[in-house]
Design a protein around this ligand. Structure first.
Ligand code: SF4
Length: 348
């Protein structure tokens, strides 16, 4: 069962409560390249990204927020480190959410100014604690990055905002160590009802990043923890978005669009399963039908193994048997992918 969290509004959407779990990503074009950021944001929006984060190192860089707000409809999150003036400039530029750790911006007075400005404009703040940037005293107390240390750090930053009667808070508590990160989120979700942004930080290159994120994010989702997620990959942010949806789907959450399943192939395989499955997946991108499509290598076990699929093919000699809801319909010859996609098109 999903853990109940409070609802936090972010621009034209909301997270927490019963809201669908939102998939987000971060732009990785140099902040000085406004046009490059705008183009990447548009690509992310087309890929289904629901929240786009951009770094804003100084107040002078806040123009990027206004440029992005004009270019896309999804909420824009400004990533601020240390400089409270950058946060205030982003509020003025119309940002939808700010990621900042109040303990890092100097004085309580500065925290108060940021909290006040955000409150006036209905802008939530995400506190983002990372294993790599724990406060020195907390690190000394626990000796190393532990789940308890991460939680203590997050609650410290939270208390600085609560002191100013600010409660529009989202928290992330990331580590590159999956068991540590998972335990930290579990502990945190017991201690507060703020919505949680889940992710594995510095997860790595595409392959390892996917594995760690699928375990850490997917595992937490299956425990009912998490209101928004980011898959961190040392790769194109569009791949992060795609991976985010795939993890959500694999964890049993509703994701619009078809799911392609395919057999692992074996000595009975008659058709090029990998190529066909890849091509079907590619052609179905953007399709919103709720279907399970199976690509199986043989007619002996294929339809049986793909019982819950709505439609699929099972490879024969230079052909493929089309099956719908487990029933054999007819043999496909020639352009198998094209004919399968045409059949999918006919289904409601
Ligand atoms: S469906 Fe057929 S080809 Fe694919 S793994 Fe099973 S037995 Fe092998």
């Amino acid at each position: 069962m999903r853990k109940k969290t409070r609802v936090v509004k972010i621009g034209n959407m909301a997270i927490g409560g019963d809201c669908p779990i939102a998939v987000q990503s971060m732009l990785n074009v140099p902040v000085s390249d406004v046009q490059g950021n705008v183009e990447q944001a548009k690509r992310l929006e087309s890929a289904g990204c629901q929240l786009i984060r951009v770094t804003v190192p100084t107040a002078q860089d806040a123009g990027i927020v206004a440029a992005l707000k004009q270019a896309v409809h999804v909420p824009i999150v400004a990533d601020i480190h240390f400089d409270y003036r950058a946060a205030l400039a982003c509020v003025d530029a119309g940002v939808d959410k700010i990621r900042i750790n109040p303990g890092n911006i100097g004085s309580d007075e500065r925290v108060g100014l940021v909290a006040q400005a955000c409150k006036e404009h209905g802008i939530p703040i995400r506190i983002g604690v990372n294993g790599g940037s724990l406060e020195k005293d907390i690190l000394a107390k626990y000796g190393k990055v532990t789940p308890e240390a991460l939680v203590e750090s997050a609650m410290y930053h939270v208390s600085l905002l609560e002191k100013h009667d600010f409660h529009d808070i989202v928290i992330s508590i990331k580590s590159s160590n999956v068991p540590v990160m998972m335990q930290a989120y579990r502990l945190l979700s017991e201690q507060c009802d703020y919505p949680l942004h889940i992710g594995v930080t510095e997860a790595g290159t595409y392959r390892m990043g996917l594995i760690k994120s699928a375990m850490g994010i997917g595992g937490l989702l299956m425990e009912g923890i998490g209101d928004t997620l980011r898959v961190s990959l040392t790769d194109d942010p569009e791949k992060e978005v795609q991976a985010g949806y795939d993890i959500l789907r694999a964890a049993g959450h509703f994701v619009a669009g078809p799911e392609v399943i395919s057999c692992p192939t074996c000595g009975r395989t008659n058709i090029a399963v990998a190529q066909i499955a890849d091509e079907v997946e590619r052609r179905l991108r953007g399709c919103k039908k709720q279907l399970k499509v199976a690509v199986m290598g043989c007619v002996v076990n294929g339809p049986g193994e793909a019982k819950e699929a709505d439609i699929g093919i099972a490879g024969g000699k230079d052909c493929a048997m089309l099956f719908v809801k487990g029933k054999q319909i007819r043999m496909l010859q020639g352009d198998i992918v094209g004919q399968l996609c045409a059949e999918i098109e006919k289904l409601v």
